[in-house]
Design a protein around this ligand. Structure first.
Ligand SMILES: [Zn+2]
Length: 326
């Protein structure tokens, strides 16, 4: 950050490493939210900026400067809720793309709605709010920074990731005693997946991707519910919702192939399994496949972070001379 002008948390102008002047001392975030119409075509929510401000009358994303304590998702949702009537709690988050200029960054938070919602402008900064079909966005007079990012985002950002987990195969890849109680082991895996989903993973095109997670269980592990539904896990957090559990009536492999063969519009599938035959069947259905190691590395990494976080809190509590609350 080369120069800071102005005052207040998050407000003020910054000169970035590329020599631009930006508003928002802690960077800025915008919400790219879309729904798909009955033909599967995405429509984006755009803001027409007030005539009096920078880029007056042009169209771009709702959003604004981050406050110091906020992550990009919180900032984008807060700014959007301040500037229009969209019910931001109904947005399903899919990921964040960050454009780091050096000393200042813009974060595009991508999410979707199940269908079109009525939206009106709700602040002085907004002249209008409208859903615009993705292939018609460029017909509008666009806010210059959005025009630049949209040319990169339009091909990639509107595809969301669904992770499909072969529970038996992932559990079987690590001899941790899962065979003594398969149901409990599947429940543990489900809850760890819920935490991973909420924390996000690095997965292109997103810097942080919040995948939908489908856990396919069979045999003795059948009958566990989705996370978030039985109080075992409030997973989801900012990403919303939990882990969907599919109990295979017959073979787990068939159930997994069914999930990826649904080929929902704008969804890419990533299946986690080491099973050779299943890998081939998934590839035939145009799904990507990774081995259990890929998933376990990420789950272990998250557990380590949680452990460090707990340790850090404990040490701070010790230093302040107080004991842990019960
Ligand atoms: Zn810049």
């Amino acid at each position: 950050m080369v120069a800071v002008m102005g005052y207040g948390d998050g407000y003020g102008l910054v000169r970035c490493g590329r020599g631009h002047v930006h508003s928002g001392r802690h960077g800025a975030a915008g919400l790219l939210v879309y729904y798909r119409d009955s033909g599967g075509r995405p429509h984006l929510l755009l803001q027409q900026r007030a005539m009096w401000g920078p880029g007056g009358g042009t169209w771009g994303l709702f959003g604004g400067g981050r406050h110091g304590h906020e992550d990009a998702v919180t900032a984008a949702l807060r700014e959007t809720a301040e500037e229009c009537t969209l019910e931001v709690s109904s947005v399903r988050l899919h990921g964040v793309l960050s454009d780091d200029h050096g000393g200042w960054a813009y974060h595009t938070v991508v999410g979707s709605l199940g269908g079109r919602a009525p939206v009106r402008p709700a602040s002085m900064e907004s002249r209008d709010a409208a859903w615009v079909r993705a292939d018609e966005v460029e017909r509008l007079r666009l806010f210059a920074p959005f025009a630049e990012s949209w040319s990169r985002l339009r091909e990639t950002a509107l595809t969301r990731l669904t992770l499909v987990i072969d529970a038996a195969n992932v559990m079987g890849s690590r001899p941790d005693g899962w065979w003594r109680d398969r149901r409990a082991a599947a429940t543990r895996l489900r809850d760890r997946l819920g935490r991973l989903r909420a924390a996000g993973i690095a997965h292109p095109p997103f810097d942080v991707c919040y995948p939908e997670v489908v856990l396919v269980v069979e045999g003795a592990a059948r009958g566990i519910g989705p996370s978030g539904a039985d109080g075992a896990d409030g997973a989801g957090g900012a990403a919303g919702g939990g882990v969907r559990v599919v109990a295979a009536r017959g073979s787990g492999d068939d159930a997994i192939v069914d999930v990826v063969s649904a080929r929902a519009e704008g969804v890419s599938y990533l299946v986690v399994t080491a099973d050779r035959e299943l890998r081939a069947r998934c590839a035939e259905a145009a799904a990507d496949v990774v081995g259990p190691r890929w998933l376990l590395d990420r789950l272990d990494g998250l557990d380590r972070l949680d452990g460090l976080d707990r340790q850090d809190r404990r040490e701070r509590t010790d230093r302040s001379g107080r004991s842990d609350p019960p």
